[in-house]
Design a binder for this molecule. Structure first.
Ligand code: FCB
Length: 474
């Protein structure tokens, strides 16, 4: 956004406060519009545990997130996801809201322990029916459903056996992928296998800040290898069972820059780049693990069985990139094994979101460009968004900072697309404020506000901004 336009936007926001004119009614001078992107998927992204609630309703079993978030000390402000946004009951009204905002695509994940609550032997019909209801509501309203198979909520009974660190997880995952793709594959063609394997293996098994809260290098490497195998296994099963399938998987990703040109910082940046960006995509493309650039990855050999190398690749139709911040890498003795740290943005004096993530829209362009060097058919931004403090004034939320973020970020996506990179979609993270994992309910990422006491939804001005932005899509 040009500085001039931003000032106009700011003034119109102030105007809306002074004269109580809803921002949505004002003509914003917007430099970009969805029509500049041509044929493009425009959606919102969500995840089961973060919105559904009803953690023990209709036969649902426990997931690792139920266990983890109900243990004191794990989540900020003693929050848990037991109720979250109550989406289990409000899905109809919520999907109606997203339709009214002119979105055509809705990404949600399946709660594995709703479908297989206790073990692999018995499917919970009520869990199956819930997702049929969501899918049917989407289809009635002309919204494309996009299913994520796994967005972090592993059933607790699998965790009892070691979770992702135990190779047996693959048998369970195979059954889960098979059953769900057979069940919904006639109605839903667009699927994503895993959500951010680098995040759930690192935070769940190495740093322990997410479920299941393990801190072990061995468990970490085991879980990495099993997630790599699950990624391609899921892709193959979906290909077999889904009609006109369009299959992807998603990666968290960040451009990594060395803090200086000192050799040790450059090497630190290389190691972080491997761990953050390369460890999952490269095996899926048949390139194996990038151990040459980070010798510690040889620890994976312990878990690689004969024949695994051939099982790791899968030809995805698209790769979902989920980019939130860039990393400035510095050599650090305080971080054993990786000997690298990302410099705290606060200390760098840059603007940050409520997650303490640097606001740096150009990174979106850089990360798309970075991934475009790989032989990927299509790139879809499967999550992108920002948490900022919001306040309700006279019933409206004038989240001007979030609007600016989306405007600038989308310009960077368009920049990459205009250079000929095959970017074909953008999913906002997220539809409504929800349970933000270990951070609880404090960081608000939604373009729709949620009052967690009353479950009242209020579309933020960023939501209306998208409505206008997408107005030619209807
Ligand atoms: C991503 C997660 C998503 C959400 C955003 C903020 O890493 O996939 O569930 O928490 O971060």
């Amino acid at each position: 956004m040009q500085r001039r336009d931003y000032i106009k936007l700011l003034l119109s926001g102030i105007g809306s406060l002074l004269f109580k004119i809803p921002l949505k009614a004002l003509q914003l001078n917007r430099p970009i519009h969805s029509k500049h992107f041509g044929t493009f998927y425009w959606g919102v992204a969500t995840a089961a545990y973060q919105i559904e609630g009803s953690h023990d309703v209709d036969g649902k079993g426990l997931s690792i997130w139920d266990t983890f978030s109900n243990k004191s000390g794990n989540i900020k402000d003693k929050n848990n996801g037991n109720t979250a946004c109550n989406f289990y009951y409000t899905y109809k009204e919520d999907i109606e809201i997203l339709k009214n905002l002119n979105f055509k695509d809705f990404r949600f994940s399946l709660s594995w322990s709703r479908i297989f609550p206790h073990d692999n032997s018995k499917v919970n019909q009520k869990g199956i029916d819930f997702y049929h209801r969501i899918i049917d509501t989407c289809l009635e309203k002309n919204i494309n459903p996009w299913i994520t198979l796994y967005h972090w909520d592993l059933p607790q009974y699998i965790q009892e056996k070691g979770g992702w660190a135990n190779r047996e997880v693959l048998n369970y995952f195979e059954e889960f992928a098979h059953t769900t793709s057979k069940t919904y594959g006639d109605k839903v063609s667009k699927w994503m296998v895993l959500n951010e394997p680098a995040a759930f293996t690192t935070f769940g098994y190495l740093t322990g800040i997410h479920a299941p809260g393990k801190i072990s290098l061995n468990s970490y490497f085991a879980s990495v290898h099993h997630a790599v195998l699950a990624q391609s296994l899921g892709g193959k099963i979906l290909r077999e069972n889904v009609k006109n399938s369009f299959i992807g998987t998603t990666f968290s990703c960040s451009p990594v820059e060395p803090a200086s040109q000192k050799a040790k910082n450059i090497r630190a940046a290389r190691r972080l780049d491997v761990a953050v960006n390369r460890m999952f995509i490269e095996p899926s493309l048949g390139m194996g693990y990038p151990s040459n650039d980070f010798r510690l990855l040889e620890s994976l050999n312990k878990y690689i069985k004969e024949g695994d190398e051939a099982k790791m690749p899968f030809e995805f139709d698209f790769i979902g990139l989920q980019h939130y911040f860039r990393i400035i890498a510095k050599y650090s003795l305080a971080r054993p094994f990786i000997w690298a740290t990302d410099m705290d943005p606060k200390k760098r004096g840059v603007e940050t979101t409520a997650m303490n993530w640097e606001v740096h829209p150009e990174s979106m362009y850089h990360i798309i460009k970075y991934f475009s060097k790989y032989p990927i058919k299509q790139i879809i931004i499967s999550e992108s968004g920002a948490a900022f403090e919001d306040s309700i004034t006279n019933g409206s939320i004038n989240d001007i900072r979030r609007i600016k973020f989306f405007d600038e970020t989308l310009q960077q996506v368009l920049r990459a697309k205009n250079e000929g990179i095959n970017v074909s979609g953008y999913f906002v993270w997220t539809f409504m404020d929800n349970f933000e994992w270990a951070e609880g309910y404090r960081p608000r990422f939604g373009i729709v506000h949620n009052d967690f006491n009353t479950q009242k939804r209020t579309v933020k001005d960023s939501g209306y901004w998208f409505k206008e932005f997408l107005s030619s899509e209807i």
